[in-house]
Ligand binder design. Sequence first.
Ligand SMILES: *[C@@H]1O[C@H](CO)[C@@H](O)[C@H](O)[C@H]1NC(C)=O
Ligand SMILES: *[C@@H]1O[C@H](CO)[C@@H](O)[C@H](O)[C@H]1NC(C)=O
Ligand SMILES: *[C@@H]1O[C@H](CO)[C@@H](O)[C@H](O)[C@H]1NC(C)=O
Length: 748
Amino acid sequence: MACNVLFVFQITDANQARFEVPHEHVQAPSSPPTGPLKYRLELIQKPFGLKVWRTSPEKLLFDTTIGPLVFADQYLQLSAKLPSHNIYGLGEHVHQTFRHDTNWRTWPIFTRDSFPNGGTHNLYGHYPYFTCLENESGQSFGVFLMNSNAMEVTIQPAPAITYRTIGGVLDFYILVGDTPEAVVDEFTQLIGRPFIPPYWSLGFQLSRWDYGSLDEVKKVVERNRQIGIPYDVQYTDIDYMEDKKIFTYDMEKFKELPQFADYMHGNGQKYIVILDPAVSTGKRLNGPYEALDRGHAAKVWVTEPDGNTPLIGEVWPGETVFPDYTNQACVDWWVDEISRFHKEVKHDALWIDMNEVANFVQGSSKGCAENKLNYPPFTPRESEMHLQQDLFIADTLCMDAKHKWGNHYDVHSLYGASREVFKTNRSMVFTRSSFPGVGKYAGHWLGDNAANWNDIKWAIPGMLEFNLFGVPYIGADICGFFDDSPEELCRRWMQVGAFYPFSRNHNAQGYKVSYGADSLLVKTSKHYLNIRYTLLPYLYTLFYKAHVNGETVLRPMMHEFYSDSKTWGVHNQFLWGAHLLITPVLDPGVENVEAYIPDAIWYDFEKVRPSTRTTVNNGRMLHDFNLNLPADKLGLHLRGGAILPAQRPDVTTTYSRCHPMRLIIALDDSNAASGELFWDDGENKNVPYTGLNSKNFENITVMGVTGAPVSVLVSDGTTTNALTESQVNYDSTRKVKECSIVNVKLCL
Ligand SMILES: *[C@@H]1O[C@H](CO)[C@@H](O)[C@H](O)[C@H]1NC(C)=O
Ligand SMILES: *[C@@H]1O[C@H](CO)[C@@H](O)[C@H](O)[C@H]1NC(C)=O
Ligand SMILES: *[C@@H]1O[C@H](CO)[C@@H](O)[C@H](O)[C@H]1NC(C)=O
């Protein structure tokens, strides 16, 4: 890392050791920075204060002299004045807007099994991290407080931020960048770059809690294969288990589960199972519960304060114990159990739920002792749901429960993020609970949403934030998890969901999922999933660039157009990388959307509505453009200057990957465009891959060609060939013209 972009300070107790987040990535710079520093620190002694300045041009970024530092054992408070109101991030919550409201909003941070229903309460992940755009120049910085204790953050009109945490130390990382994307680059260098998901996991996925039986699952699979919807992955939720016990399956209703993955693979599809951490203390129907017994023998559970008696709580299977992933013996046990289960039930990836860690009783079956850990003098503002119970320990373990790393009080929010949990050789894991750094190993979904017009909207700020957090493999349950999804809502949600990085339709027990093969919903879903599958080579390349350069995949408009202040608050639209703009319909009864189209040349990707391609303002579309988006459409615009790698779609990625490739070229102001393609075996097996040599680039489409081309030359850098007239199609009737070149083999 360039040393001059990371600034670290820690405020701790000189006389007494305090809890610090154990981590693997973050390192102090090994050599003194070279060249001019981008920041300057000013330390003020009495009263204590810190000022972090950007040096060029001089600007005060983080000024703690705005309020006093309070440092008590269970109450640490620090405030800082910020240079602008453009504050993004902090989590995990539902933020109804991407840009924060700075009018005295308080957000608690502590992992919690709760509902993303629009309240200001804390949700599954723990992210004391925000970015700040300073002004139109794009200069930005990020502030990461590496602290895993329960805290709250208040954002104020000054603009300023106040942190109140109830443990640990104040360990700040300030990342100074020239653009918003540069800050994402710096943050993911610090916490770890995101993994590249397997190619198939970019396909569409279908899930439901309680199919009732494997026969029913198969009927769903067959039905969806029949209608030809692009569809890569089928899930089973906790109902596949015997009495909801992990590492087991129901020998009656899911008798043939061991063969189910083969059945899916036979059609080029994959199978994912859910896995919860809590382990039932009960017996199995026909004998001992061996996973439990092995765990007992290896002493892998979170214990009561005595450090010996396993803490008993209650989750889906009834009475349970909880693995302590901070204990190496537990990690070994967990990996071994996964591997044993995999031998029994072949599956392709794991979906880890309930790891906040969730508990259906308060603290433990015995209750929690009255002490300052379970009942701290100050508790951060909690969710309304938990406020009613006025309990810090609500829905999780007693805070004085013991882990190898210490008290649950300190490690609670790290529970779902233990690196080892993901170090199994499954090709993919995604997790409900998370902490900065998890993106290196896992993806995330936004949790148990519901089928309503709020949740379809609020998913977008949520996904944009997880791209800032270094977790770009992110999505929300399409059509909503709880409640019946009305046809119109589900239809609009399938359209936008086709552009979620992680695209899964998941539905809770008992709610309606099917709408009929001939419905408009199915037709438009197929249409946009086909576009998704066409563009998967581009999406996969974006994940590669996230992994290598720390770029966002689902990108906020303001990351590309920060010099236009109107983009700073946009959250009803988003980009794939720098070039594909998605404008969904997110309201009932609406067919016209006031889209914000920033200043650039844009091409309507679908070319079906010439009006939106009317060139105004010297080839540019109007701002606040009124897009007509009838029932079966969302807005899809390609920015000039892009070359998108694409492929003929199919019903699974296994099949689409065998098809010829295509390039979609959109010319910019100077009639130029560029792009990249990352391609490998799709499973990151780190073996030399030669498959691209035999890939035919069947079609090359060029948008924005003015006038019929006289000749078309294709060069691979060594040889240049002129195409014959029959290889070139030129369509002059469209207002934005394009030509298609067919059957060209590019030797790569
Ligand atoms: C952004 O802020 C810097 C530092 O205050 C200033 O020098 C620069 O002119 C500003 N740029 C714009 C475009 O406002
Ligand atoms: C993981 O890989 C090792 C070594 O290749 C293998 O022995 C083990 O069975 C694998 N585990 C799983 C869960 O597939
Ligand atoms: C190329 O265009 C032809 C004709 O439109 C189409 O049939 C084929 O699927 C396209 N190939 C790709 C890779 O998109």
